[in-house]
Design a protein. Sequence first.
Length: 183
Amino acid sequence: MEIKQLHSWRVNYKKAVQIQETLRDLLTFEKYTGKIQTIAGADVSYDKHSDRFYAGVVVFKLNKHLEMIEEATVAGKARFPYIPGLLSFREAPILLRAFRKLKNNPDIVLFDGQGIAHPRRFGLASHMGLILDKPSIGCAKSRLVGEYSSVENTAGAYSKLIYENKAVGAVLRTKRNTRPVFV
């Protein structure tokens, strides 16, 4: 898998925002026409008692059922503070270490974080998709920006997430009686 080095990760707040504003213009929004045979999911977990955190990437083959074919995990220390809207500068470096360990090259990647439903339209999923040169989808547990209508309490129900008069995602209920996710 090719991993592009688009910028340094050791930046201050002002430079991080500038990088997001520059790189978002490189995003493309085309319908994916390739056959999706593999999908990866990526997430980061934090140790509440230290500055250590852990990244994991799991690759699935799409058969009649999802078949896990590979996983990669790494541990490290957070080098960028937690700042809403700049999650990629905290989590991307450790996620990239996990992606470098993969032998399989997934067709598409799902990230625990925002994509374009972000104040600068360049959340973790968008940032990582550009670096990995892969279609990416952000799936977050909370809303960072935008407004949406109430989502019915049935699995699969959704509402468009609107930010600055543009649809930037969907609010999806995956199961009955659970909070929706922001895709």
